[in-house]
Design a protein around this ligand. Structure first.
Ligand code: NOJ
Length: 558
C-alpha cells in the first residue's frame, strides 16, 4: 500500500461559529481560532478542517456562499485568514477548507444575474425549468423539507435547490461553471491551503431530463437521479487534472448515498479523483423507514457489518475516512456511548474505535472532551433550518405530536453538535463574553477543556495518546482489518495486520461486563498493551478476559 501523509494524519473539524468568539458578538471567529491553536497543537492533530468561513447570508450557517473569495463579516477578514494559515503552518499544521460547490447562496452575484432574465449570460449557471401543469418541474423533495424547486416570478420559471431555497444548485453541465470553480480553487491553493473537504460533492451531476421520483407522491425522494449521477466521475477527474493533481493536498468528498463500489472510484488508489469520502451508512443505523427523524435503536451487529464492509471493500482499492460525528450529526457519546452513566469511558472507547480502524480519523470539536447532545425546552431555542422546517412540516402543518418530534430532535438534531465549545466553567463556557448565537449546553460546568487539561485521566489526554500511537505504530495506519468474534452481542473486536505484527482491538459497546475469548487462530509470542480506558492489572492474560462496561483495549501482538 502506498504511503501518504494524509493517510497518517489526524484531522480536527472546526465549526467556526461555535468554536471561540474573540470580540464578544456571540459568534465564533477566526481570531478565536487563532487563540486556540496551541490547544489543538497540544492535542496533536495535523490538519484542521474549517467549516465554511466565506461570505454568506447564513441561511445554512455558511453552507450558502455569496462570495467564495472573501470572508464572512462575523468571522473576520481575509487578513485574519492569512494570519490563521501562517500561524498554523508555523506550528506544522495544515488547513483544509470546506468547498461548497453543489450550490451557492441565492445572494451570490452569479445567481443575482441568473435570475434577471432568460438570456442573461449567467442563466445557465443554475438549473432553471418551466413548471409542469402549474406545478414544480418534478416532484423532488429538498433535503430540508418541501419541494426542491422554487418559483421565480420574474422569468416564470423554477430553479432547483436540493437544500434550502436560498441554496440554488449550480449547473455543472455548463463548462463555464466548472472553470469558475477550478479557478476559485486554484486561487485558494495559491494562497496556501492544504486541502478541501467537498460538500455533497457526489450530488453535482443530475440525471438528464430530471425525472420525477416514482411513487406518485407530491414531494418524493429523488436521490437516485442526483446521487452519484452520470457525469460525477468525469467532473471529478477533470477537477483532478485541472487543479488537484498540481498540489500535494488532502481531499475528502462528502458522499451521501455512496456505495463502496462508488467510493472505490471516488477514492481510488490511482488518485484520479479524491483521497477519500465521507460515507453515511453507519450514520443511518438508527433511522427507521421514515428516515432520519424516525429514530430507532441502532444495533451493534449492524455497526459491525457496515464498518467491516467499508474496511474490506476498500482494502487495496481506496482509502476510508473515519468519523462518528460532525456538525451535521448528534454527539457520538450520546448516540453510540452512554452520556449519563459512562460518559468518560464510553467516549474513550469510541475514540479508540475511531483511531484504530483503517482510514484517516476526523475529530469533531468538543469530541475530545466528551461533549454531549443537548435538550432545549423550546423549539425556539434551536437555530438550524433543517429542524425548523421539519418541525413546521410535521407539527405545525402536519399536526404530529410535538413532544414526540422534540424527542427526535433531542436525538438527531444537528444543533446537538453546534452548541458552543465548552472552554471553562465561567459564564457561556468561556466561549464568548456576549450572548452566544446558540445557547451553551448547561453541562459546561462539568464538561470543559479547562477541567480536561487539569485531569491526567481525561478524554483529552486519552485522545492525545491515541494520536501519538498512530505516529509510533505504522500498523495503526496501514494494517489490514479483520473482524473477529462477529456474533458477540456486546463486543466489537478486530485485528489489524502488517508484516509480522498484529494489532488486537477489543471494545465493549455495552454498559454490562462482557466476557471475551480470544479466537484460537490468533497466534503470538508476545503481547503489549498499547492503550486502555481502565486501569489494568498486568497479570491478566488476554485469551480469556472480562471487559468492564465500555472497556477498550488495544494490544500489539508479535
Ligand atoms: C452538507 C453540509 O455538511 C451541511 O451542513 C449542509 O447543510 C449541506 N451539505 C448543504 O450544504
Amino acid at each position: 500500500m502506498e504511503k501518504k501523509w494524509w493517510k497518517e494524519a489526524v484531522v480536527y473539524q472546526i465549526y467556526p461559529r461555535s468554536f471561540m468568539d474573540s470580540n464578544g458578538d456571540g459568534i465564533g471567529d477566526i481570531q478565536g481560532i487563532i487563540s486556540k491553536l496551541d490547544y489543538l497543537k497540544n492535542l496533536g492533530v495535523d490538519v484542521i478542517w474549517l467549516s465554511p468561513v466565506y461570505k454568506s447570508p447564513n441561511d445554512d450557517n455558511g453552507y450558502d456562499i455569496s462570495d467564495y473569495q472573501d470572508i464572512m463579516d462575523e468571522f473576520g477578514t481575509l487578513s485574519d485568514w492569512d494570519e490563521l494559515i501562517e500561524k498554523m503552518h508555523n506550528r506544522g499544521m495544515k488547513l483544509m477548507m470546506d468547498l461548497v460547490v453543489n450550490h451557492t447562496s441565492d445572494e451570490h452575484q452569479w445567481f443575482i444575474q441568473s435570475r434577471k432574465s432568460k438570456d442573461n449570460p449567467y442563466r445557465d449557471y443554475y438549473i432553471w425549468r418551466p413548471g409542469q401543469n402549474g406545478q414544480e418541474p418534478n416532484n423532488w423533495t429538498s433535503f430540508f423539507s418541501g419541494s426542491a424547486w422554487e418559483y421565480d416570478e420574474n422569468t416564470d420559471e423554477y430553479f432547483l435547490h436540493l437544500f434550502s431555497k436560498k441554496q440554488p444548485d449550480l449547473n455543472w453541465e455548463n463548462p463555464k461553471v466548472r472553470k469558475e470553480v477550478y479557478d476559485m480553487m486554484t486561487w485558494w491553493l495559491e494562497k496556501g491551503v492544504d486541502g478541501f473537504r467537498m460538500d455533497v460533492i457526489n450530488l453535482i451531476s443530475k440525471v438528464d431530463g430530471l425525472p420525477s421520483a416514482p411513487g406518485g407522491k407530491r414531494y418524493d425522494w429523488g436521490g437516485e437521479y442526483f446521487m452519484n449521477g452520470p457525469r460525477v466521475h468525469e467532473y471529478l477527474q477533470e477537477m483532478n487534472r485541472e487543479v488537484l493533481s498540481k498540489y500535494d493536498i488532502i481531499t475528502v468528498g462528502e458522499g451521501p448515498g455512496a456505495t463502496t463500489e462508488e467510493a472505490a472510484k471516488y477514492a481510488n488508489n490511482e488518485n484520479t479523483e479524491l483521497n477519500m469520502i465521507f460515507t453515511f451508512e453507519h450514520m443511518d443505523l438508527d433511522s427507521g423507514p421514515g428516515g432520519k427523524w424516525d429514530v430507532k435503536p441502532w444495533k451493534l451487529a449492524d455497526l459491525k457489518e457496515v464498518m467491516s464492509k467499508w474496511q474490506k471493500e476498500l482494502e487495496g482499492k481506496g482509502w476510508n475516512s473515519l468519523y462518528l460525528n460532525n456538525h451535521d450529526q448528534p454527539r457520538m457519546v450520546s448516540r453510540f456511548g452512554d452520556d449519563q452513566n459512562f460518559r468518560e469511558v464510553s467516549a474513550k472507547m469510541l475514540g479508540t474505535f475511531l483511531h484504530t480502524m483503517q482510514g484517516t480519523p476526523y475529530i469533531y470539536q468538543g469530541e475530545e472532551i466528551g461533549m454531549t447532545n443537548v435538550q432545549f425546552e423550546s423549539i425556539d431555542d434551536y437555530n438550524d433550518l433543517e429542524i425548523k422546517n421539519m418541525y413546521r412540516e410535521k407539527v405545525i402543518e402536519g399536526g404530529e405530536d410535538a413532544d414526540q418530534v422534540m424527542q427526535a430532535i433531542y436525538q438527531k438534531a444537528r444543533d446537538n453538535a453546534r452548541t458552543p465549545m465548552q472552554w471553562d466553567g465561567s459564564e457561556h463556557a468561556g466561549f464568548t463574553t456576549g450572548t452566544p448565537w446558540l445557547k451553551v449546553n448547561p453541562n459546561f460546568i462539568d464538561i470543559n477543556t479547562e477541567k480536561a487539561l487539569e485531569d491526567p485521566n481525561s478524554i483529552f489526554y486519552y485522545y492525545q495518546k491515541l494520536i501519538k500511537l498512530r505516529k509510533e505504530h505504522e500498523i495503526i495506519v496501514y494494517g489490514t482489518y479483520d473482524l473477529i468474534v462477529p456474533d458477540h452481542e456486546q463486543i466489537y473486536a478486530y485485528t489489524r495486520k502488517l508484516g509480522e505484527e498484529q494489532l488486537l482491538v477489543i471494545l465493549n459497546f455495552s454498559s454490562e461486563d462482557a466476557p471475551f475469548t480470544l479466537p484460537e487462530q490468533i497466534a503470538f509470542k508476545e503481547d503489549q498493551l498499547l492503550i486502555s480506558n481502565y486501569e489494568l492489572d498486568d497479570e491478566q492474560r488476554i485469551d480469556s478476559i472480562t471487559l468492564r462496561p465500555y472497556e477498550a483495549r488495544v494490544y500489539l501482538l508479535k
